[in-house]
Every structure is written in C-alpha cells, then in structure tokens.
Design a protein around this ligand. Sequence first.
Ligand code: 0L1
Ligand code: MG
Length: 256
Amino acid sequence: MKLVQLAKHVAESQRNGYEMDKLTLSNPELTVNQAYEIQKLSINETLTGDNKFIGWKMGLTSKVKQQQVGVEEAIYGRLTSAMELNNPYLKVGEFIHPRVEPEFAFLFKGELKGANITAKDVWPAVECVFLALEVIDSRYKNFSFTLTDVVADNASSAKILLSNQAFSPYHTDWALAEVMLFQNGEMQKKGLGEAVLDHPIHSIVELVKMISREGLSIQAGMIVLVGGITDAISIQANDEIIADYGKLGKLTLHVI
Ligand code: 0L1
Ligand code: MG
C-alpha cells in the first residue's frame, strides 16, 4: 500500500467532485495515523499558486456525530484559502452530496503548541471569533465511511463561510451561544455552543494536543473551525440557509 498513491486518488476526488469507494475496502490494514498522512499529502498537492494553508478544522466534536460514525474521538482536518467563500453563494453542482452545519471560527494572533496546553493558554492567543457555516461533502459513496476513511478525506471539508463581523472572544459565553439553522424559512436544527466538546475552547485544546503529535501547531494568523454546533443538513439548489445566532447576528448562504 502506497500512501502517496492513495493521497493522489483522494486529491483527485476532492478536486473533481468524484465519488470514491472507502479506502479501507481495498486497504483494510490502513491505520488512522496513516490516514492523517494521506490527508497531509493530498492537501499539500493542492497548495499551488494562490491556494494557501490557512488553518485547521475539528470534526466529530459532538456526541451525536460521534455516535453516527461509531467513534468516541474528535478528528481534525486542514483548511486552505480555496475553501473560503468570498461571497454567500454556493454552486451546488461542484459537490457530490453537500451538507451544511453552523460553527464558530477562531482567528489566532499567537502560536499554540504542545501536549500540555490548557484553556488558559488558549484565550490570550485568540484574536477574535467569527460566526461560520461549514459545507461538508464526503467524497465517499452514500456519505458512508470509517474513522480512518474520513480522516484521509480531510474530515469531509469542502467550503467555509465566515461572518463579516468579528467578535471579541471575551464578551460572549461561547458555550451558551445559541444557533438556529433555517432552510427556506423552516427551522431544521437548533443547538448551543456547548455541543462542541462541552465548550468550543476544549475543541482548540484537543486540536493542539492532537497536532502536537505530528510536531505541528496553530500559528498566528490561522483560523480554526471548532466543530458543528448542530447536526449537518443536506442542501440543494435554490435553498436559502440561515444560521441565526440571536443577538450575535445571522449568516445566510444561497445555494445556486
Ligand atoms: O465537520 C465535521 O464534523 C465533519 C467531520 C466528518 C464527518 C462528516 O462528514 O459528517
Ligand atoms: Mg464541521
């Protein structure tokens, strides 16, 4: 089994929006650590021209999602500048079976690294927080995968939309911040920030601990998507998706 070849296969599926079979079907011995290597190699392939590595995402951070996949741990993925939407329009034809979920994104002004990090180390490194919608799109048939498969597929990352407004990290209790997710005027999901590992800050702590095993860090200027506050919903052309964060404002995505 050649990790480089598997990474090229994954990168091609991600680039072209092609469905693929689970890697573990033909490579049952693949480990989660090897899947992270495939993730790194496949994303590195895309880092050409204007496409830059801009940060990290955490996935499977809620109990609901962990139960869906049958795991008890969160995973991480890599974000690149090509994933960031510059406007609130999503061309659905570029994706296989896209879903959307509301999140928070933290922007960092200081580096965070090390296996012994705690929440008190994280706060001083946070520049600000954005409201965020994440579009996920598993490249696997039927959105069905094992933990190893989804790690290799960059935790299903597809696109991110950030709010225009940035928020101070200190004036909101991010665990109690509520979001309601509307699809064409109908509320589909509702949740609190505490759905993310009890508090979004724990997601950052977990991320730093996990990437430190690879000798990596959150660097100044990077953003981190902390994880879905509600379950993700499937989206189709002509949908209007609104994430209503109460007094923090709303984020709208037009699916075209
Ligand atoms: O952002 C996420 O939590 C997605 C992680 C991967 C699992 C999925 O695609 O639902
Ligand atoms: Mg997510």
